[in-house]
Design a protein around this ligand. Structure first.
Ligand code: PLP
Length: 395
């Protein structure tokens, strides 16, 4: 906080929707990489991050890449997805999920989400399977795991792959198992709004060695990484045998992400405390409804998203909140409503979430006093939006 910030009274202070939690350890890690001279991707810090992510998830392989979107793209390519294929995608998600399917020349087939957890509805996924379906992409919505047991059974029965978009899911658990161990391949994000961050970044994790190798080669133009080639005394001339991209994570980012991964328990606990305080205040009231945590889940609380009561107009609520210095946003997107996908899919639950959800401040640095200010400001904003409509409601 700068000297200027301290002059603001507590009630004037802007409460951010999201903000990363960095400290001296991240700074020291960056300084070390700068001093080492290896700042590009696929160096020693990247290898350390990959080993730590694989260990965290309890799987054999991890590949660090430049974003979760790149992770999704590479995973789908490595799984063999191409033109003519259909991939079932959870509708309520950031459109990176559907975009990655389009990057492969394949067609995303959007399936609706559950009304309680807002994760992919296994029945909707089953109903979307057709002769061209090759796989299913589930999403850990706002940090809550999808129904991986049911989806895994469905995928195996039909010979499909199951990919987890766990961009928001780092640290989440499902029936005692961590996100990253629940599907054939899992993609995490290290973007600034996620539970741990290096600014931008992503990680692919899988138990399938061949899949991991295919992802790794394609993250670096389609050649073996420089780190592996360096081990040889010979002048090795790389061979470009498959088409790849430049999706590498820089060593600066890997070093920051590695520190953040070490702090994951502390960061998760701070978010869980904020969520518990919000939920306690909102539960049982007739105002905004708190999110539901499904049976057997540990939520990672990447975002805290409330559902506004029916008939309460979200725009005025958001304006009142922002005027009170409380940032807010929509939840996420109903993919089938985005013109880029040119689909006539029907996903009414997702459409309702898209219209009524409101994300309120959630990060590991929020104080109890800030959380209480958000709760009060939200209640006032919803009351104001209701009284605006009261005359019509009475008539
Ligand atoms: C944030 C997010 C992405 C995109 O992650 P990037 O690392 O920014 O590419 C994809 N899917 C979901 C569900 C997300 O929340």
């Amino acid at each position: 906080m700068s000297a200027g910030d301290r002059n603001l009274s507590r009630t004037d202070e802007l409460i951010a929707l999201a903000r990363p939690t960095f400290g001296d350890a991240e700074l020291a890690a960056v300084a070390e990489v700068l001093a080492s001279g290896w700042v590009a991707g696929q160096g020693p810090r990247g290898a350390d991050l990959e080993a730590a992510m694989a260990a965290h998830c309890g799987v054999g392989h991890a590949v660090a890449v430049s974003s979760c979107t790149a992770a999704l793209h590479l995973s789908l390519v490595a799984l063999g997805v191409g033109p003519g294929d259909e991939v079932i995608v959870a509708d309520y998600t950031y459109p990176a999920t559907g975009h990655a399917v389009l990057y492969c020349g394949a067609t995303p087939v959007f399936a609706d989400v559950r009304p309680d957890t807002w994760t992919l509805d296994p029945e909707a996924a089953a109903a979307a399977i057709g002769p061209r379906t090759v796989g299913i992409v589930a999403v850990d919505t706002f940090g809550q795991c999808a129904d991986y047991d049911e989806l895994g059974t469905l995928a195996r029965r039909h010979g499909l792959f199951l990919l987890a978009d766990a961009a928001a899911g780092i640290g989440a658990r499902y029936r005692g198992r961590p996100a990253g161990s629940l599907a054939d391949v899992t993609c995490f994000s290290l973007h600034a709004r996620k539970g741990i961050t290096s600014g931008e970044g992503g990680v692919v994790v899988t138990d399938d060695a061949a899949l991991a190798a295919a992802v790794r080669a394609r993250s670096c133009f389609g050649v073996r990484p420089a780190r592996e080639r360096e081990r040889s005394d010979e002048l090795e001339v790389p061979v470009f045998d498959v088409l790849g991209w430049n999706y590498k994570l820089s060593e600066l980012q890997a070093a920051v992400a590695l520190v953040q991964l070490g702090r994951l328990p502390e960061l998760l606990a701070a978010r869980a405390r904020v969520a518990a305080r919000y939920t306690e205040a909102l539960a049982g009231g007739d105002g905004p409804a708190p999110p539901t945590v499904g049976e057997g889940r540990t939520h990672a609380w990447q975002s805290y998203v409330v559902t506004l009561p029916p008939g309460v107009d979200r725009g005025p609520v958001a304006r009142t909140l922002r005027a009170a210095g409380v940032q807010c946003n929509i939840g996420t997107f109903a993919s089938h409503r985005q013109p880029v996908y040119r689909t006539d899919a029907r996903c009414p639950v997702s459409a309702d979430c898209f219209a009524r959800h409101l994300a309120i401040p959630m990060h590991a640095g929020l104080t109890d006093a800030q959380v209480d200010r958000v709760i009060d400001a939200l209640a006032e904003a919803v009351d104001a939006a209701r009284s605006r409509h009261a005359p019509e409601a009475v008539r």
